[in-house]
Structure formats: C-alpha cells, structure tokens
Ligand binder design. Structure first.
Ligand code: 0O2
Length: 216
C-alpha cells in the first residue's frame, strides 16, 4: 500500500483482487449511467448529465483515511470500513437534476442503496454541497457474484467547481488552513448556492417560454 507498508505475496494478491473488483464495479456503474443518459436524451431530448468521472482511491488516501478513523491499516479493514474505494462522480447542470439522477440510479433493481448523505439538503459547515450515495452493484465473476460498494457523488457544475478547489487547497491539508481562507471559501460556497438557484430559475423561465411558443 503506502511506501512504509510492505505487503506479503498473499497480501499483494488480495490487494490486486480487491482492486479488480472495485474497478469492475466502477465499470458497471459507468455503463448504467451511460445508458440512462442516452435514454434520457432519446425520450426527453434533454441531457441532465454534464459529465461523469470515476476513480479508484489511492493507497495513500486509503491509509490516511483508515488511520484518521482509528482502524488498522490492512486490507481487511479497508474492505470492511471504507465506502469510497470505488468512486463515481456525476456532474449535472441544475440542482433539480441531482434528485432525478439519484432516483433513476437508486431504483434499479440490482443496485442496493446502503447509505445516503444528502449534503445538498444539509450542507457541511464549510459550505460543501453534494449528494452522496453508497451503493452496491453486483459484479459477475466466472464462479460467483460479488456485491461491491461504490460511492456515487452527484453535484452541479458550480458545486463541483467549488469542491475541486476546496479539496485542493484545504481538504487535503487536514484542517491546517488559515482562518481567512476558510471563511472566504465558505462565502464562495454561498455564492455558488445563489448562482445555482438563479440558473435553475432562468432555466425554468426558458422552459416555460418554449412551452408557450409550442402551444401558440
Ligand atoms: P478523496 O480524495 O476524494 O478520496 P464515509 O466514506 O461515508 O465512510 P466520509 O469520508 O466522512 O465517510 O464520507 P463523506 O463525508 O461522504 O466524504 C466522502 C468524500 O466526499 C470525500 O472523500 C471527498 O471526496 C468528498 N467530501 C466530503 N466532504 C468534503 C468537503 O468538505 N470538501 C470537499 N472538497 N470534498 C468533500 P475523501 O476520502 O475525503 O477524499
């Protein structure tokens, strides 16, 4: 795992098999999202999804998180306690799209939703807004099916812009960020919320106008 952790031959095999599973789970989720996106475009002539990214958590980040939460830094703990080794992020245009996308994913019969963290309805004190779902998706291997955990984060473009910057300059500094920068980031998060609300209203107004044009 990290530089200071030497894995035995068996542990390397376990690590590789786990990473293979998480990577396969990401592929399953990405395919589902791709299909939903195509279907939405086909039936509604509208695409709520701007872009989708995925990542496997790095060994350094896995060790850091396990230590922070007080767990052993071994492969069994990481599999048991970490929910976000496989991560998929869906970035959409408007706040109203977030719940629509979450419902479409959560209602698929082979997906089990284990946990929802709704930081849209209850933003974090720093202003972080995003909708997190921890789900399991079945990964079909040659001899068995493994339900594998994936964290899906859904947020608007503006929320994603804020979170990416905040992650870079603060989140990874583990709290050692100067107070004035923290406050400025929180003020920026408030501006992001206002911007999202105004863009949503604007979109509604445009939609109504085009409906009226179609009727007349
Ligand atoms: P990285 O580098 O993205 O992997 P849980 O996973 O539910 O057991 P946790 O980690 O408290 O416990 O869950 P939470 O709050 O849902 O956070 C999971 C991920 O959401 C984080 O992963 C970040 O990617 C993102 N996140 C959460 N809070 C913030 C925040 O305040 N700012 C930003 N920019 N991102 C946040 P990692 O492991 O922290 O990081």
């Amino acid at each position: 795992m990290a530089e200071s952790y030497i894995l035995t031959g068996d542990e390397v095999k376990d690590w590789e098999s786990l990473m293979f599973l998480y990577n396969s789970a990401i592929k399953e989720i990405m395919t589902k999202i791709e299909i939903l996106k195509d279907e939405f475009e086909y039936t509604h002539h509208y695409n709520p999804i701007e872009h989708v990214t995925s990542r496997l958590k790095t060994p350094q980040s896995i060790v850091r998180k396990l230590k922070k939460q007080g767990y052993e830094t071994d492969i069994a703990s990481m599999h048991r306690y970490l929910n976000d080794i496989a991560g998929v992020r869906i970035v959409c245009s408007f706040t109203s799209d977030i719940y629509r996308i979450a419902d479409m994913i959560g209602s698929q019969s082979d997906i089990k939703t284990l946990l929802i963290k709704n930081y849209i309805a209850s933003p974090k004190p720093n202003g972080y807004k995003s909708y997190h779902m921890i789900v399991t998706v079945p990964v079909f291997l040659s001899d068995r099916v493994v339900e594998t955990k994936v964290e899906i984060q859904i947020r608007t473009i503006a929320q994603d812009f804020w979170a990416s910057l905040e992650h870079k300059i603060y989140y990874k500094m583990e709290g050692n960020c100067p107070e004035e920068i923290k406050q400025e980031l929180t003020r920026c998060a408030e501006m992001v919320s206002v911007l999202d609300d105004r863009m949503l209203s604007l979109n509604e107004a445009i939609r109504q106008l085009s409906e009226e044009e179609t009727v007349s």
